[in-house]
Design a protein around this ligand. Structure first.
Ligand SMILES: Cc1cc2nc3c(=O)[nH]c(=O)nc-3n(C[C@H](O)[C@H](O)[C@H](O)COP(=O)(O)O)c2cc1C
Length: 202
């Protein structure tokens, strides 16, 4: 692909939230994950970990671990019990229905360790940034393969409970969940602010 085409292609990626009930070939998932591992990352420590939630059992376990925190957050927003139940059901239904669900984790044991707390905090942020870049690359690789996907933030808010429910090492901290599949319909276009609005030249 020539550079102008590539730039237009980058702009054509959208978050897809509804999927056709069509399985994604295992080789396609492998290729997407491999592409994600070529993301730039701090010190080349490659702190990302991918957990393929292959079936209903692991997804149910993760959702059950997330549910109390999710309900509490919705209650804090002022929703009544009926609306909380409806929202939890809708959100869980989306995760269960997606053809592929990949939990994106940061392995804090893969990060450099320093004596200085501020430096360590910087390393932690770089770890989070590296995992996010892998997630972005994963979504682009899915797009390149004709698949749609969306990043779902919910596991971040129950990272410890999610790791325990899935039997993951304590050092694997959930950063997000990526749902993948063949998009059902055209995903909505989310407008961008003009680049001049978000850029300052000094
Ligand atoms: C860190 C992060 C967290 C997100 N969390 C959610 C989420 O919980 N649920 C959701 O439907 N979309 C989520 N998204 C997708 C964004 O809503 C989406 O990327 C944004 O609206 C721009 O739309 P586009 O991806 O179609 O360009 C998230 C994206 C990122 C990068």
């Amino acid at each position: 692909m020539k550079p102008p085409d590539l730039l237009a292609w980058l702009r054509s990626r959208r978050s897809a939230r509804r999927f056709l009930p069509r399985p994604v070939p295992a080789e396609a998932v492998d290729r997407i994950l491999e592409a994600a591992t070529y993301a730039p990352n701090a010190h080349n420590r490659q702190p990302w970990r991918f957990v393929q939630l292959a079936g209903a059992e692991s997804r149910q376990a993760m959702l059950a671990a997330m549910q109390p925190g999710f309900e509490a957050a919705l209650a804090a927003e002022g929703l009544d019990a009926e609306r909380i139940a409806a929202q939890v059901e809708r959100s869980q239904g989306r995760v269960l229905a997606a053809p592929e669900a990949i939990l994106l984790c940061l392995d804090v044991d893969a990060l450099n360790q320093y004596q200085d707390a501020e430096r360590n905090h910087g390393e932690y942020l770089m770890g989070v940034q590296s995992v996010a870049l892998a997630g972005g690359q994963l979504l682009l690789a899915a797009h390149a393969g004709g698949l749609g996907g969306v990043w779902v933030c919910a596991p971040l808010f129950a990272a410890k409970a999610v790791s325990a429910a899935l039997g993951l090492p304590d050092s694997w901290q959930a950063q997000g969940l990526i749902l993948l599949g063949y998009a059902a319909g055209e995903p909505k276009v989310r407008e961008r602010r003009d680049v001049s609005e978000v850029t300052r030249r000094v």
